[in-house]
Design a protein. Structure first.
Length: 322
């Protein structure tokens, strides 16, 4: 139980960091270059994690890295970039809150994790909160931005469940670095062909990309995939609801966006969904060699040491490059 709570708190760092990405993208990054935006976010982050881990894919992981990179990184980042440029910060982030239900259904089919009543109830309450916020928004809503957000949610949910299915095969930090590098390399030729020369970046844009690359990508995805390896997909998906909550709060507090009374109720419903669907069951115990019970500690390819090493490695690399 304690281990699950610790992993839940660790994993929650990722959606909070992602929630801030919408504001940073809209306010500081160049518009009209979603492919280059995704490349600049993914490729440096992947190379940073590879420098920390110093491992290359082997065997089928060359192909798996490209598949996961296309779903979780290149396609997802490009779609999120479009959504963030065409929608208000709060609107772009709350649409992604539909992801928990998608992850639960996909995990049921792909990894045999049947969602429990609390997970389903939490997802239902969270999605109700999202709908209340979206359909009571003030002002016009860009349909292309809505479609981009929904598509980002769909491809990433599928990619996350695939990553969970394959999580026991390799180290989490290494696989995250492979996905980011593969996703960035896949997008690079398309960016050159469709968007021409890379966009010029001023000081604020460089700082914005530094945040989304180091914090919201390299570190955030490392802890996210570690959480997927240790927690049920339904629990991780519900933690993702902190993404829209963060986006909404930043939009209101920093970007001077306004929320109606109904949208505030929707925000509260979303938070209730996270709390309602949190994991409360005891971790599964496995027999030890003497026929007794193991300690019940969550097991997986990444332990607490992986996250600590990732934080130290990413932080050290970031300081050396500044």
């Amino acid at each position: 139980m304690e281990g699950n709570a610790r992993w839940a708190l660790t994993t929650a760092v990722a959606p909070v960091a992602w929630g801030a990405t919408y504001f940073v993208t809209r306010e500081f990054l160049p518009a009209g270059n979603p492919l280059y935006g995704a490349v600049i976010r993914a490729l440096p982050a992947g190379l940073l994690l590879l420098a920390v881990c110093r491992k290359l894919p082997r065997g089928t992981w060359w192909v798996k890295s490209l598949i996961l990179g296309a779903l979780n990184m290149s396609g997802f980042f490009a779609l999120v970039y479009v959504a963030a440029q065409r929608l208000p910060t709060s609107m772009a982030s709350i649409i992604m809150a539909v992801a928990p239900l998608a992850m639960m259904l996909l995990a049921w089919g792909l990894v045999g994790e049947r969602p429990g009543p609390r997970h389903l109830a939490g997802a239902g309450v969270g999605i109700a909160g999202v709908c209340l916020m979206v359909f009571t928004a003030t002002g016009p809503v860009d349909p292309l931005g809505i479609l981009a957000s929904l598509a980002a949610m769909a491809v990433s949910s599928f990619g996350y469940v695939l990553a969970k299915r394959w999580s026991g095969e390799v180290d989490v930090l290494a696989s995250t670095g492979w996905q980011l590098t593969g996703g960035g390399l896949l997008l690079l030729p398309f960016a050159v062909l469709t968007e021409g020369a890379p966009p010029s970046l001023d000081g604020p844009a460089l700082l914005g990309f530094a945040y989304v690359t180091v914090v919201a990508t390299a570190f955030a995805f490392a802890v996210w995939f570690a959480g997927l390896a240790h927690l049920p997909a339904g629990t991780v998906g519900l933690l993702g609801l902190l993404n829209p909550v963060t986006g909404v709060l930043l939009g209101v507090l920093i970007a001077d966006e306004t929320l109606s009374g109904r949208q505030i109720c929707g925000l509260l419903l979303t938070l209730c969904g996270v709390l309602l669907g949190r994991q409360t069951a005891r971790p599964r115990r496995t027999p030890d060699r003497n026929g007794g019970r193991a300690t019940g500690r969550a097991t997986g390819p990444a332990g607490d040491r992986d996250i600590v090493e990732c934080a130290r490695g990413v932080g050290h690399s970031g300081r050396s490059g500044s």
